[in-house]
Design a protein around this ligand. Structure first.
Ligand code: PMT
Length: 413
């Protein structure tokens, strides 16, 4: 496996040499890209000696026209070569460039071109780390699937004490190995994901809808895709860009979502239903815009329960994971939904909690099966998506002996 290490300008750049050695001890082939600022802290020769490869220091190499042509496309060839890009130390500046798509040097250009996973290990002054701009940039990157190895607390080169020290190289290597091993664990799977909310028309301009943004479902689709699955994404209206290369089936109503899901069910080996489907629709849709003339009554009928139908009609080997959005007696209602709908698992989220659930970039959940309840603390939806996929895959492994009759509550963070 091949790793490109991006080294940025910070005092922790010297630790990048240790990181390179630690990656090589895992039999990984390592290339190094250095920013201009990194070269103020450590010499390219150090990395060239360690790796046996020329260190990439810029977009353009001086020399013949031929070598200039090579360097003009080297960021593309390097991004195709690497199975993972690790940026350590990652400065506030490079995180901002990655988050905003600025491509003004080799590393930031390579970041835009790479489709392989990206891991960043930030290192900076504590105030820079805590600045809302840095946090917003990290959130953006996490939501796009970038893995962040958080810095540690301690004495910083600037003399201050606090968060901002780059994580130890062993921790970064651990994450790289996790990412590389993860990468293809869904190869051969067809994952059907539903996302967003459905809309039930009242008249030509109004509908009954809900606050689902689609972020949770899209995060699952993106994570599954990046782990090698073929993804079919059935989505209600959203403003999100679907992950590249996944098949998108746009729908509006619960009935359209039902047809799309049941129509593709035979292909799916895993179904994950993150969509917020309308439970009711108006019996009559007015052909003309309803006029304002005092109180009106809408008669509603229940929609079909797509999740329950999926459970009934699936192939026996197909895993089905539903969601449950609850605001009270969360565990009791979640367990009731799990049993009533017959899914293999339910991702239970408390949508009454501030900062998580509908239209947030973050969520917290309980992965509920008949035997277990695994708590996922609040995290970025993209990270939660990975956890959901991990536990979904684990459903295929036979459970070790379970002696309790009540569900086992576990904490995985
Ligand atoms: O989209 P986001 O803004 O990111 O928000 C994410 C979310 C809060 C929407 C998501 O995390 C979530 O909880 N999704 C399920 C919302 C929901 O409709 O929950 P429910 O408890 O009403 O439904 C239970 C399950 O049955 C869900 O899997 C749902 O897709 C399914 N269902 C519901 C009604 C119906 N007619 N058919 C169904 O299949």
């Amino acid at each position: 496996m091949k790793v490109t290490v991006g080294v940025c300008g910070g005092i922790a750049a010297y630790k990048a040499a240790e990181l390179v050695r630690a990656l090589q001890r895992q039999a990984l082939d390592v290339h190094v890209v250095m920013t201009e600022a990194a070269r103020e802290f450590i010499q390219p020769l150090t990395f060239a000696s360690l790796t046996g490869h020329k260190v990439i220091t810029g977009l353009w190499s001086s020399g013949s026209a031929e070598s200039n042509l090579d360097s003009a496309i080297q960021h593309i060839s390097e991004s195709q070569w690497a199975d993972v890009l690790v940026v350590a130390p990652a400065t506030a500046n490079v995180l901002a460039k990655f988050a905003h798509g600025i491509a003004d040097d080799f590393l930031s250009t390579m970041y835009l071109a790479i489709t392989a996973p990206v891991v960043v290990a930030p290192a900076m002054n504590v105030n820079m780390w805590q600045h809302p701009a840095t946090h917003a940039n990290l959130e953006t990157l996490k939501n796009r699937g970038v893995q962040v190895v958080d810095p540690k607390s301690g004495y910083l080169a600037c003399g201050m004490v606090g968060d901002g020290r780059m994580a130890e190289p062993e921790l970064i290597v651990e994450r790289v190995l996790l990412v590389l091993n993860h990468r293809n664990d869904l190869a051969g799977e067809v994952v059907l994901v539903t996302a967003g909310g459905t809309r039930e028309a009242v008249d030509p301009v109004r509908f009954l809808g809900n606050r689902s943004s689609g972020k949770m479902g899209y995060a699952i689709a993106e994570a599954a895709q990046s782990r090698g699955a073929r993804v079919i994404l059935v989505t209600g209206p959203t403003v999100l860009h679907p992950p590249a290369n996944c098949e998108v089936i746009p729908v509006v109503t619960a009935d359209e979502m039902r047809s799309a899901v049941l129509g593709r069910l035979d292909e799916a080996s895993i179904v994950i239903k993150a969509a917020a489907v309308a439970d009711y629709r108006p019996v009559v849709r007015s052909e003309q815009k309803l006029k304002r003339s005092g109180p009106i009554t809408l008669e509603l009928v229940p929609t079909e329960d797509i999740l329950a139908e999926v459970v009934r009609l699936r192939r026996p080997e197909t895993l089905v994971v539903g969601f449950a959005a609850e605001t009270e007696n969360v565990l009791v209602h979640g367990r009731d939904k799990l049993l009533r709908k017959g899914a293999d698992a339910i991702v239970l989220n408390d949508v009454g909690r501030p900062g998580v659930g509908f239209d947030s970039d973050r969520n917290a959940a309980t992965f509920l099966t008949v035997q277990t309840a695994i708590e996922f603390p609040e995290m970025a939806k993209r990270d939660l998506a990975e956890r959901i996929l991990d536990e979904t895959l684990a459903l295929r492994r036979p459970l070790s002996v379970i002696t309790e009759t009540s569900p086992h509550v576990a904490q995985r963070d």
